[in-house]
Design a protein around this ligand. Structure first.
Ligand code: 5AD
Ligand code: SF4
Length: 420
């Protein structure tokens, strides 16, 4: 979501005639798009602002957008008085106002709902993979998570406006659609006639668009993986056989303290149903280790669930206490060294499974989507249906979507050759 927001901000400013630069000393405006999910990322923001303040041109505007802006609010101006703007994740469409009035100070951390989506300028050309946000915020209130505070309560865009953006993306170059939301499978929109639309309806409608060849969505909450959505994996071949459905912990006890009220049986049942619908489906997950009160045996349960599901791609984190969250106040916080030990053990296992999965792809033919040339320009990078990067020899006018025979693999990527 953050990558999408950053990309959208860049396009919005290009619309105003600005171009991107990597050099702070050249820039007329410097924007830090920030994440507040873990303390480390947040801490980096203010040290980066201090560096930018010294390196930038005297008249250059600078400020922060995103979740740290929402969290810090007016305090950000107290810490760095020269800041020009502090805009929360639902107000970054207001950024051009600072260009119109550079002497002002722009502060907006409201959770204004859907105004942003209607205010951003329409894109003239879509990238091959079009990210389409369909809902924002989250009602789940996991006890470790700051997102319900920074991005607010869950809110879904209308079916009509999502489809409008999707069709526009298809007409301007998109081949793959990725629906985005903190709780994407919780998408629900009721139109004026009382008709309820869910994510499965968006997928079904999008699959009818001839230009769109691949569809995916991220990130999913386990208990919102309803049967209508699961059945899409059986009926819509354009839906990629790859799903991010974070479990966070394999311990029933920790899950309940995280306020993630699903049982491991239910989680595994959902995966079984998904496999019945689409036998080649693979799952990815997020994990948190060292949540308050996590015992050695709780952590072993996390290792066990990882061994059972064999996630092909995962993100694992040490628990980081966050403001506005219940878990930060729990008394049984885990020491950093134990968190680090558990993370290293889990990561080593997850990496090994990922490597094994990648190696299992050797000799298979996978339909892959072109991403672009690598840094050397000698190769092209494609994305498999499981979003693994696949490197092939450079070819002029290479096809955008094509069959690739996988010839080699390691943990990070695949190598392959064009089938034709
Ligand atoms: N500490 C560590 N990881 C966190 N996440 C969310 N909040 C925290 C936290 N306080 C992780 C979860 C989530 C991912 C986006 O970030 O695993 O799925
Ligand atoms: Fe945060 Fe995801 Fe839990 Fe929502 S479901 S509170 S975004 S971790």
């Amino acid at each position: 979501m953050n990558v999408y927001d950053g990309w959208r901000i860049a396009r919005m400013l290009e619309h105003r005639g600005l171009t991107q630069t990597d050099n702070v000393a050249d820039a007329d405006i410097i924007i830090l798009n920030t994440c507040a999910v873990r303390a480390k990322a947040t801490d980096k923001v203010f040290s980066a602002l201090g560096r930018i303040r010294r390196a930038k041109k005297p008249n250059a505007l600078f400020g922060i957008v995103g979740c740290v802006a929402r969290e810090a609010g007016a305090n950000a101006f107290r810490r760095i008085p020269e800041l020009n703007f502090v805009l929360g994740p639902q107000s970054y469409h207001k950024l051009p106002e600072i260009l119109d009035d550079p002497d002002s100070r722009l502060l907006d951390i409201n959770l204004g709902g859907l105004e942003k989506f209607d205010s951003l300028p329409q894109l003239e050309k879509s990238p091959r993979i079009a990210y389409i946000p369909i809902q924002e915020g989250c009602n789940h209130c996991c006890t470790y998570c700051i997102v319900p505070y920074t991005r607010g309560r869950e809110i879904s865009r209308s079916f009509e406006s999502v489809m409008h953006d999707t069709i526009h993306a298809a007409q301007t170059g998109a081949i793959e659609i990725c629906f985005l939301g903190q709780n994407v499978n919780g998408y629900k929109h009721t139109d004026e006639n009382g008709k309820l639309y869910r994510l499965s309806d968006l997928i079904r409608e999008t699959a009818k668009i001839p230009e769109i060849m691949r569809i995916r969505f991220t990130s999913s909450y386990p208990t919102e993986m309803t049967d209508d959505l699961i059945s899409m994996f059986a009926t819509e071949p354009k839906l990629l056989p790859f799903l991010n459905m974070p479990i966070q912990s394999g311990s029933q006890n920790v899950l309940s303290r995280m306020n993630r009220p699903y049982t491991l049986e239910l989680y595994c049942d959902i995966i079984n149903k998904l496999k019945q619908a689409r036998p080649d489906i693979q799952i990815s997950s997020d994990f948190i280790v060292g949540f308050p009160g996590e015992s050695d045996s709780d952590f072993d349960d996390t290792m066990k669930i990882a061994q059972k599901i064999k996630y092909i791609n995962s993100y694992s984190f040490k628990y980081s206490p966050r403001p506005h969250t219940g878990a930060a106040l729990m008394s049984d916080q885990i020491p950093e060294n134990i968190k680090a030990e558990r993370l290293a053990k889990l990561d080593a296992y997850l990496n090994e499974v990922q490597r094994e999965f990648n190696i299992s792809c050797i000799d298979k033919t996978l339909s892959c989507l072109l991403e672009g040339p690598d840094k050397t320009g000698k190769h092209l990078i494609y994305r498999t249906p499981y979003m693994q990067p696949c490197i092939v020899e450079y070819r002029e006018n290479a096809p955008e979507l094509t069959d690739i025979i996988i010839t080699d693999a390691n943990k990070a990527c695949l190598r392959g050759k064009f089938k034709i």
